[in-house]
Design a protein around this ligand. Structure first.
Ligand code: GAR
Length: 197
């Protein structure tokens, strides 16, 4: 069974969806993997409590405690590697992790580093995706699961969900509707990737 390490910065709802999918026997396309650790770069991340409630090990690695991006990335690598197992290196899943990872880190985890982004990439890479989609008059928005490469919010697309924009939508209502779809496509994309490995 493969180990999964999830990196978060905030509420951790995608993380909780993946933990749940990994545990449920009845889940269509069972993950065949277990979430062994959740790491946050922010001590106040709500997802830490959610992970603890589920009995998942949690760590806080504050990026502000490190002088450089490289030093933070190196400490993160050392922490993740504690969770490598005889069945191989851990899959590293970014779930609302709002910190850019440097090229050394990204190359080290090539092929086993995933991200979810709240837009239909390649549209709206970066921040404030829902505000920008509304301002552009988009009729459909969505979310994308992709492999992480050195270029921000790029990399091979593994899954997408399309969500209609309703006339009364605000960035908040849109974000909430997209998030419900994220919870479905992220576990499924992980399962499909693991089945291929
Ligand atoms: C999600 O909408 C995720 O797509 C987004 O942050 C939210 C995290 O929610 N990620 C990014 O914007 C990354 N660029 P969660 O903490 O409840 O999973």
């Amino acid at each position: 069974m493969k180990n999964i390490v999830i990196l978060i910065s905030g509420s951790g709802s995608n993380m909780a969806a993946i933990v749940g999918a990994a545990r449920r026997d009845d889940w269509a396309g069972s993950l065949g993997a277990r979430v062994v650790a959740v790491i946050s770069n922010r001590a106040g991340a709500g997802g830490l409590a959610l992970a603890s409630e589920q009995g998942v090990a949690t760590h806080v690695l504050e990026h502000r405690a490190f002088a450089t991006r490289e030093a933070f990335d190196a400490a993160l690598t050392a922490l993740i590697e504690r969770y490598d197992s005889p069945t191989g290196s851990a899959l590293v899943v970014l779930a609302g992790f709002m910190r850019i990872l440097g090229p050394v880190f990204v190359n080290r985890y090539a092929g086993r580093l995933l991200n979810i982004h709240p837009s239909l990439l390649p549209a709206f890479a970066g921040l404030h995706t829902h505000e920008r989609a509304l301002a552009a008059g988009c009729k459909f928005v969505g979310a994308t699961v992709h492999q992480v490469t050195a270029e921000l919010d790029h990399g091979p697309i593994l899954a997408q969900a399309v969500v209609p924009v309703l006339p009364a939508d605000t960035a908040q209502t849109l974000a909430a509707r997209v998030l419900t779809q994220e919870h479905l496509i992220y576990p499924r994309a992980i399962a499909e990737l693991l089945q291929k490995q």
